[in-house]
Design a protein around this ligand. Structure first.
Ligand SMILES: NC(=O)c1ccc[n+]([C@@H]2O[C@H](COP(=O)([O-])OP(=O)(O)OC[C@H]3O[C@@H](n4cnc5c(N)ncnc54)[C@H](OP(=O)(O)O)[C@@H]3O)[C@@H](O)[C@H]2O)c1
Length: 360
């Protein structure tokens, strides 16, 4: 069996989980899925990139991190302080990119992904920024290079929503998607539905470690907008900018509004939605959705909505995420699952690696 030579950029929570899972399940992954990996390079911001042609030893790497030693203490490695130069010099079959790329400009992940695709490497990534900002361009670069770019962990953190749509639902026409895509925000709204105001809900989420000290990216909707842009690119093949997404956060929702919704049998949820519309703003017919020749618009919104209890999204509470996919056949499909966590994010990358190994 041909070994997959893997470059792993980002060796934090997600990168370490992935490396550990590849090592621990080595024999099973090989036997069940034909996934045999030689980890040839690893990089972090502080330690640069280390490379060893015949493979790095994963337990040694994990031990170096746990004991706060530099990765360069791994035996017989070549070292680059400039990670991009190291990646370009050492290559591999697949890049697993798990750096903390920003939503602002997608870096550093964007440059790493572009470089890897340009040199004919497959890419799996957990970073939202690069796919949200340049997803379509990167997918077309991957196609031109006859390699795969996979990003399961970027939406719902590895709960299999992208592969469900791209592979499981291949052949259906997707007309609309709506979802709850941020666990922190949903946790705060669930606390507010129990009678807390916004400040109390946020404080509880922070006390539980579910919200950052600066929660802006979550509560103002930036994180959900990024996931909406990823869905626009991957599912609908449209490159939207963040400014094209109608966006409202949750910070101004009052206790009274929450109570009124409850009294009227509704739940306020922060909903991301994408909808194909005809150019005059009307819902598209099946014929229009099916036709390559009738122009359509893609409406994108991220906003608090009062949902009736008949809507399954109204029942998604706490840290859970969910997405409802509207197609012609079958009518509506829902995927529900966790939207955060190192296990889910690492698992999404592992599933993407397996998909690549199977297709080789
Ligand atoms: N954790 C989750 O639950 C989760 C879920 C879904 C998606 N994600 C996404 O997955 C990515 C990784 O998340 P994480 O939780 O593993 O983050 P993390 O623990 O902060 O780890 C980030 C890693 O990337 C490295 N890094 C940062 N800048 C770099 C650069 N310029 N070149 C090379 N390496 C660099 C860091 O190096 P240093 O240690 O030296 O700083 C660290 O090893 C993020 O984009 C995140 O949004 C995470």
């Amino acid at each position: 069996m041909k070994q997959l030579r893997l470059a792993l950029l980002g060796f934090g929570t997600v990168g370490q989980w992935l490396a550990e899972a590849l090592h621990r399940q080595q024999a099973w992954l090989q036997q069940e899925f034909g996934l045999a990996v030689t980890l040839i390079s690893v990089a972090t911001a502080h330690h640069g990139l280390i490379y060893r042609n015949d493979g790095l030893d994963i337990p040694t790497l994990l031990n170096l991190v746990a004991t706060q030693q530099p990765l360069t203490a791994h035996p017989k490695v070549t070292h680059w302080t400039n990670v991009l130069e190291g990646l370009q010099a050492t290559g591999g079959d697949v890049l697993a990119e798990a750096t903390g790329a920003t939503l602002h400009n997608g870096e550093p992940g964007l440059s790493y992904i572009r470089a890897a695709l340009s040199q004919g490497m497959h890419v799996v990534t957990s970073s939202k920024g690069p796919i949200a900002l340049e997803g379509l361009e990167l997918l077309s670069l991957a196609r031109a290079q006859s390699v795969q770019l996979r990003m399961e962990s970027t939406v719902m953190s590895g709960t299999p929503v992208l592969s469900t749509i791209r592979e499981g639902m291949a052949g259906t026409r997707i007309r609309a998607i709506s979802g709850i895509l941020n666990g922190t925000v949903n946790y705060i709204l669930s606390a507010m539905a129990m009678g807390h105001d916004y400040a109390e809900g946020l404080a509880e989420a922070q006390a539980q470690g579910y919200a950052e000290a600066d929660p802006t990216d979550d509560v103002e909707g930036d994180d959900t907008v990024a996931k909406t842009l990823i869905l626009a690119a991957v599912v609908f093949g449209r490159a939207l900018t963040p400014e094209q997404v109608v966006r409202r956060g949750i910070t101004t929702i009052s206790r009274e509004q929450m109570q009124q919704a409850l009294d009227e049998g509704q739940r306020i949820k922060h909903v991301a939605s994408l909808r194909l519309l005809s150019t005059d703003g009307k819902e598209v017919s099946r014929e229009t959705a099916d036709s390559k020749f009738v122009p359509t618009l893609l409406e994108a919104r991220v906003e608090p909505l009062a949902l009736p209890l008949s809507d399954p999204l109204a029942h998604i509470d706490g840290l859970l995420n969910a997405i409802a996919i509207q197609t012609d056949t079958p009518q509506k499909v829902m995927v529900i699952g966790p939207g955060a966590g190192r296990f889910q994010a690492g698992q999404g990358m592992l599933a993407d690696l397996i998909a690549i190994a199977k297709s080789r």
